[in-house]
Design a protein around this ligand. Structure first.
Ligand code: CP
Length: 360
């Protein structure tokens, strides 16, 4: 990852005023922070996907698993999750374990000295004293960026991985979604030219916001945003798509779009962001998929979901081969292992091992 601009050479105010694309140039390290989807190039995505598959294959043999555990055995990661999480927390933790990285965690700010009045910035600086990497989820949009900027002005500059910030970004989820799409379409020309259909609460779904950007790096992709009007995708995302010439359609007619989909990306209502339970008054019944819809889908389509789900995907379709959300979730562990290894610049050791490795 080429380093073109440094975070400690810009004030927070000037940095914060930059566009997402401009910010991305500052996150390419070292240290290689992962903060927003806009920092990635297609080449980087392809390298991460390839590395994830190599790590997965190496880990299948005991000697390979033992080798992987040596790669980052000199490092420690702090998992700071100030919002609930199952998949993102566990898959990052598992990815660290695969690479031999020791982990510590704080999973609730109420158990840290923030309750004694310590500022979030001082809390993070404390974590950085004991760890070589911070993997963090925080309810405040942009806080992970603030942390990266703040640490860049200390004598303990370590990489920050954004595991979900506010309703704005979830870049590592977008990476695992790209990895899942790549694997799903490897026999049919890859992601280029595919129709990707986002469904549900698109206004507040940070996974959709991050993934929509990564899809602009592929040729001929068309994105459909399917949601009730009050939960439709933000104008800022559409502006980014316009700027890259990515084709898209905004609609509330799910049944009409369903047959076009190469990938359906379902999402749940994000009512944790409600001010006063306003989501409960929105009729979302037309934005779910059930067994009766499956004949309308292409035979080759895939159904994805960042999970957790509620009623937007019926459990009746869980065993359909097109329902890949459980595989998608597991892919998160492999792509996060690839990301963490690359963040520390140790990917060549895995690549070299794989070159001499005979997968089963
Ligand atoms: N997809 C996702 O972020 O899931 P968790 O909230 O369980 O981490």
């Amino acid at each position: 990852m080429g380093n073109t601009k440094k975070l400690n050479e810009i004030s927070w105010q000037d940095f914060n005023a930059l566009s997402l694309v401009e910010k991305g140039i500052y996150f390419q390290g070292p240290p290689a922070h992962t903060l927003i989807a806009q920092q990635f190039s297609r080449k980087q995505l392809e390298e991460l996907c390839t590395l994830a598959t190599k790590i997965k294959r190496i880990s299948k043999r005991r000697e390979g698993a033992r080798f992987l555990k040596t790669l980052l055995s000199d490092k420690r990661a702090m998992l700071y999750f100030a919002q609930p999480s199952s998949r993102t927390y566990l898959s990052h933790n598992a990815a660290c374990q695969i690479l031999g990285l020791d982990t510590m965690d704080v999973r609730d700010s109420k158990t840290s000295s923030e309750v004694k009045g310590e500022s979030p910035e001082d809390t993070i600086r404390t974590f950085s004293s004991y760890a070589d990497m911070i993997i963090m989820r925080h309810p405040v949009g942009g806080f992970a960026e603030r942390v990266a900027w703040m640490l860049s002005n200390t004598n303990r500059v370590i990489p920050v991985l954004n595991a979900g910030s506010g309703a704005d970004q979830h870049p590592t989820q977008a990476l695992l979604d790209i990895y899942t799409l790549e694997r799903s379409f490897e026999e049919s020309g890859g992601i280029d030219g595919k129709n990707i259909v986002f469904v549900g609460d698109l206004a507040r779904g940070r996974t959709v916001r991050s993934l929509a950007w990564l899809l602009t790096l592929y040729n001929g992709v068309k994105i459909y945003f399917v949601a009730p009007k009050s939960l439709q995708i933000g104008a800022d995302v559409l502006e980014l798509l316009d700027a890259t010439g990515t084709k898209y359609e905004v609609t509330d007619n799910f049944l009409q779009v369903m047959p076009q989909a190469d990938a359906l990306y379902m999402t749940r209502i994000q009512d944790e962001w409600d001010a006063e339970s306003e989501s409960s008054t929105i009729d979302t019944s037309a934005f779910s998929i059930e067994a009766k819809h499956m004949d309308m889908l292409k035979e080759t389509a895939v159904i994805m979901h960042p999970l957790p789900r509620r009623k937007e995907i019926s459990t009746d379709i869980d065993n359909d081969p097109r329902a890949i959300y459980w595989r998608q979730m597991r892919n998160g562990m492999w792509i996060r292992a690839a990301l963490i290894l690359t963040t520390f610049g140790r990917q060549d050791e895995a690549n070299l091992y794989y070159a001499n490795y005979k997968p089963e």
